[in-house]
Design a protein around this ligand. Structure first.
Ligand SMILES: [Zn+2]
Length: 286
């Protein structure tokens, strides 16, 4: 345990807001505090949870978070991260690269996607939001410029308005009105979500794996439409080789894991799967 909040957290502290009263926060020892006296203690990892009320139950549980961390560490999704970085780079041309560009990774999990982005952009700083304590412990050590913040993605985000250059949402819940509020006018939202063919071989081979709702694209468009407008769309498609261990973790990190046994299920898994992900880049409406 260190005596002061980690540099990544201090760096974004001016952008953080009290989850109770939305006033600015300052550091006091190993806590963050607002003028009204609401306070949040840092975890030993350096993560801090800014919640008003109870912890949401939507985040990864311990087993899911560990499986996700192990799976992403294999590099099986490296081409996906590269494509996300490429599109994020296209956004940087608009928002301006260099010192001060701030990336918000919503539902950051272990921080693997944003760590890659921060590595590629030496001037950028990151805020990783997640509701899972285990994921936050991973995120807190994912990159020296990534601050790990516990928050409810569906509530008011504990962030100032007009503060963020890039909101990254990779397979995560979306809160379009809040994304639009925290984005700077020239900022961008990047959403990655599974395409129709995503993990098709796994879904065919493993009984009980959840399918992809064909109406979800329409629902996404309807939810985003009042707040942001699409400026770029891309589909990423590649084949990922799966070891039996990676297959187990891949099943365990999906929502399907809640109602089937990943180790048993992965016994049916193919040696390779199609990864098909749709990327969208959006600008906030004026
Ligand atoms: Zn407060």
């Amino acid at each position: 345990m260190t005596a002061a909040p980690p540099p990544a957290l201090l760096d974004v502290l001016p952008l953080l807001r009290c989850p109770v009263c939305a006033e600015p926060l300052h550091a006091e020892g190993f806590s963050l505090r607002c003028p009204a006296g609401h306070s949040a203690d840092l975890a030993r990892s350096g993560a801090v949870t800014l919640l008003h009320g109870n912890r949401p139950r939507s985040g990864d549980d311990d087993a899911m978070a560990r499986a996700r961390d192990r799976f992403l560490a294999t590099g099986a999704y490296a081409p996906l991260r590269a494509a996300i970085l490429d599109l994020a780079g296209a956004a940087a041309e608009v928002t301006g690269d260099g010192p001060g560009r701030t990336v918000l990774d919503v539902g950051c999990g272990s921080g693997w996607y944003s760590a890659g982005l921060l590595e590629a952009e030496p001037g950028a700083r990151g805020i990783g939001l997640d509701s899972s304590p285990r994921s936050l412990r991973f995120a807190a050590r994912a990159h020296p410029r990534l601050a790990a913040i516990g928050a409810d993605v569906f509530a008011r985000l504990p962030l100032a308005s007009d503060a963020i250059d890039l909101v990254l949402d990779v397979f995560s819940p979306r809160n379009p009105s809040e994304f639009a509020r925290v984005l700077r006018p020239q900022g961008r939202l990047l959403v990655a979500r599974p395409g129709p063919g995503h993990l098709a071989e796994l879904r065919e081979a493993v009984p009980g794996m959840l399918g992809i709702d064909p109406r979800k694209e329409e629902r996404l468009a309807t939810a985003l439409e009042p707040f942001v407008t699409a400026v770029a769309e891309r589909t990423v498609r590649f084949t990922a080789e799966l070891t039996p261990e990676a297959a187990t973790d891949l099943v365990a990190m999906t929502p399907s894991a809640r109602h089937l046994d990943p180790a048993g299920a992965a016994g049916h898994a193919p040696g390779a799967v199609t990864v098909e992900v749709q990327l969208g880049l959006y600008a906030p409406r004026a």
